[in-house]
Design a protein around this ligand. Structure first.
Ligand SMILES: [Zn+2]
Length: 140
């Protein structure tokens, strides 16, 4: 069985998000960081999610709550809607994405536009804006 990466990139986990999550490699683009953060959510890797969050806004106090939530939902998939800048040569970037998951038997979608910034050559998640109609509660 091929262990495809949860981020939906059509690559195996070992060659996609894992090197980032295991700190063997740094994401070159904002989208790679976005994907690896999603994958970390699906795998309950709360420290990766926190450490890839910009220091100023890093929600350290939320750690336990985040861990609990990550483990309680079932992640169904990620789609990248669009990206603006965020390439290897950029210092800032925006990634719009949709992530689908099941929480308490309901299918939910997060539709977010996330801002990423580089600090000392490393990409960080800064903040996200939930887009209109982001919450779709569908009967599962
Ligand atoms: Zn991946």
């Amino acid at each position: 069985m091929i262990d495809y990466c949860p981020c939906g990139n059509n690559k195996v986990y070992e060659e996609c998000c894992r090197p980032f999550i295991d700190k063997k490699q740094l994401p070159e683009t904002a989208e790679e960081l976005m994907r690896s953060r999603y994958t970390a959510f699906t795998k309950g890797k709360v420290d990766y999610v926190l450490n890839s969050h910009q220091k100023k806004t890093r929600p350290l106090k939320e750690r336990n709550k985040m861990q609990k939530w990550m483990n309680s939902v079932e992640w169904l998939g990620l789609s990248i809607v669009k990206t603006e800048k965020g390439q290897a040569e950029d210092e800032k970037g925006t990634v719009e994405f949709r992530a689908i998951f099941i929480e308490d038997g309901m299918t939910e979608a997060i539709h977010e536009s996330s801002i990423f910034e580089k600090e000392n050559g490393k990409w960080f998640y800064v903040s996200g804006t939930h887009l209109q109609n982001n919450k779709q509660y569908l009967k599962y």
